[in-house]
Design a protein around this ligand. Structure first.
Ligand code: ASP
Length: 306
């Protein structure tokens, strides 16, 4: 049985195929309306979410399936001290596929060892977020047309931002990629990510704290929020929270065909005045998340039935 715990659980070819399916769903949604009849998705969210949980649920409903789950740990038996492994063992009896989010890094992997249905990592602590990366990849494909030869700027909280880690892993498999890592000193990409996906593959990269010095060379700008919930003290968060604000003035320095992505939620890091710029893709990106999750659910259920 196949799970999606890490974006690299999927080959480049599998991702291409899923992107093709997602594009077909966008063009012909009616073809997929009964694809998951009588199947149930459980969304087990031990941490807050808007887009990921709702797009998973919308995805399953649009495939003709059913959904159940919880949206906060406090309304589950986790609040009584139940282990993740026990919760999963039980929920496998109520569902055909599970999407779970948990504040502890590695929790979905632990869950997958116990599970009898496919497990999807919908975000584990400051570690990974593979389905956000599928969303990001579909967005890049639709907006730029290809994955190769792109200079990708990642800006903001590159330390705790799990979407950044998964996106770096995914993009490191394409050719002609350059990374520009834009963050304050304290929020740099963890060295395990840099070593595994950038240095070991000799991918060119630069690190800077100044967005305005590098924005002109980027093809993709991936903005992120400073991850308040992962900070050990509020003082550090307050000092760092507004370290980047993308404004129309900065956008004026960028390429005409730049695309700006953000996994959302946005706090202050993109001025709302940027939203009307055609290069601002983040709301389209959030919409694409539903279609790629439809493709993922179908794929994992199909594999589970083999
Ligand atoms: N929604 C994304 C996540 O769950 C990004 C964020 O929260 O900043 O990681």
């Amino acid at each position: 049985m196949k799970n999606l715990i890490d974006i690299l659980d999927l080959s480049v070819q599998e991702i291409d195929e899923m992107i093709e399916v997602a594009n077909d769903i966008i063009d012909h949604p009616e073809k997929y309306r009964e694809a998951c009849n009588y199947k149930t998705l459980a969304t087990l969210f031990f941490e807050p979410s808007t887009r990921t949980r709702l797009s998973f649920e919308a995805a399953m409903l649009e495939l003709g399936g059913r959904v159940l789950g919880f949206s906060e740990a406090s309304s589950s038996s986790a609040a009584k001290g139940e282990s993740v492994a026990d919760t999963i063992a039980v929920c496998c009896g109520y569902s055909d596929i599970i999407a779970m989010r948990h504040p502890k890094e590695g929790a979905p992997l632990v869950a997958s060892a116990k599970a009898t249905v496919p497990i999807i990592n919908a975000g584990d602590g400051g570690h990974n977020h593979p389905t956000q990366t599928l969303t990001d990849l579909l967005t890049i494909k639709r907006e730029k047309g290809h994955f190769n030869d792109l200079t990708i700027g990642l800006c903001g909280d590159l330390k705790f931002g799990r979407t950044v880690h998964s996106l770096i892993a995914a993009m490191s498999r394409y050719s002609g990629i350059k990374f520009v890592l834009i963050s304050p000193e304290e929020l740099k990409v963890p060295s395990y990510v840099k070593n595994a996906y950038i240095k070991s593959k000799n991918i060119p990269y630069e690190q800077t704290i100044a967005l305005e010095n590098v924005i002109d060379k980027l093809d993709v700008l991936y903005m992120t929020r400073v991850q308040r919930e992962r900070f050990f003290n509020e003082e550090d968060y307050l000092r760092l929270k507004d370290c980047y604000v993308l404004t129309p003035e900065k956008m004026a320095m960028a390429k005409k065909d730049l695309i700006v992505l953000h996994p959302l939620p946005r706090v202050n890091e993109i001025s709302v005045a940027v939203d009307d710029d055609p290069r601002a893709c983040y709301f389209r990106q959030a919409r694409y998340g539903k279609f790629i999750r439809m493709a993922l659910i179908m794929k994992l259920l199909e594999e589970a039935n083999k």
